[in-house]
Design a binder for this molecule. Structure first.
Ligand code: GLP
Length: 251
């Protein structure tokens, strides 16, 4: 995404019956990608939205689907948490997906939340490149329009790097942390340009809390102030939403 960065595209938007239908459709799409290409490179997301997608992938694996040949790259990780901290995205991914689908440790990647951030970021970009790029990148959307941990004003040409989390993001994610413990102030995230390099994007939005951000992303201007609006710079982006999240589209 460099020379044609200002060419706008229209994502395919599907408003489905409810959150279950969104998870069904997302899981079916991922399973289809892997059926066609067993060694597919998936970009994965955390947060509450993909939980039901991962539940369906676990069920598919239990029923015999081979999901253990994929390679994966997660969007982001908090800085400064020990790797086995229950709120770390490492712990989340092992718990929700990797262990159940039998994904070996050398097949999944999550940016390291420790060590020198520049070195971690450069190694992450190189690993994505060496894997041949990401076939399908799963995305959620923050209430402030963030994707990954690219908060408003993140440059569209940003790549994997250390970022400061918005107070609203830390508040939104506080419930994932043990009582009395606050989310870290910084994280390491794929950049907007890293995300746009994926061959396909799949953004999920469920619930009324996402309605404003989704409408801004899809109907407002394409600007760094609304990081998710960047998906309109991608020629193969799909959005799956429930009616609550889609309520303000076209308004
Ligand atoms: C989190 C993650 C994002 C996620 C978003 C929405 O902070 N870093 O990758 O998509 O915020 O989270 P949720 O699905 O819990 O609403």
């Amino acid at each position: 995404m460099t020379s044609d960065a200002l060419t706008l595209h229209r994502p395919e938007i599907r408003v489905l019956d409810d959150a279950e239908a969104v998870a069904d459709a997302a899981a079916a799409l991922i399973i289809d990608v892997v059926a066609r290409r067993p060694g597919a490179v998936l970009g994965l997301a955390t947060g509450r939205t993909p939980l039901e997608v991962y539940a369906r992938l676990r069920a598919a694996a239990a029923a015999g689907a081979r999901l253990d040949r994929i390679r994966s790259f997660n969007l982001d990780e908090y800085r400064g948490l020990p790797p086995n901290h229950p709120a770390s995205y490492r712990a989340y991914m092992r718990r929700e997906l990797f262990d159940a689908i039998g994904l070996a440790d050398d097949r999944w990647h999550i940016p390291e939340g420790w060590g020198a951030p520049e070195a971690v970021a450069d190694a992450y970009e190189a690993a994505i490149h060496d894997a041949g790029g990401i076939d399908l990148q799963l995305l959620g959307i923050g209430e402030n329009g963030h994707i990954g941990f690219n908060e408003p004003a993140a440059p569209f040409n940003s790549r994997t790097r250390e970022v400061e989390l918005a107070p609203s993001t830390r508040a939104a994610n506080a419930a994932d942390f043990p009582p009395g413990e606050e989310p870290p102030r910084t994280a390491i995230t794929m950049g907007i340009a890293t995300i746009l390099d994926a061959r396909r994007l799949l953004l999920l939005a469920v619930g009324a809390r996402k309605a404003k951000a989704l409408a801004a992303a899809l109907s407002g201007p394409v600007l760094p102030a609304i990081p998710a609006s960047a998906i309109r710079l991608h020629p193969h982006a799909m959005v799956l939403a429930d009616p609550a999240a889609a309520a303000l589209l076209g308004a």
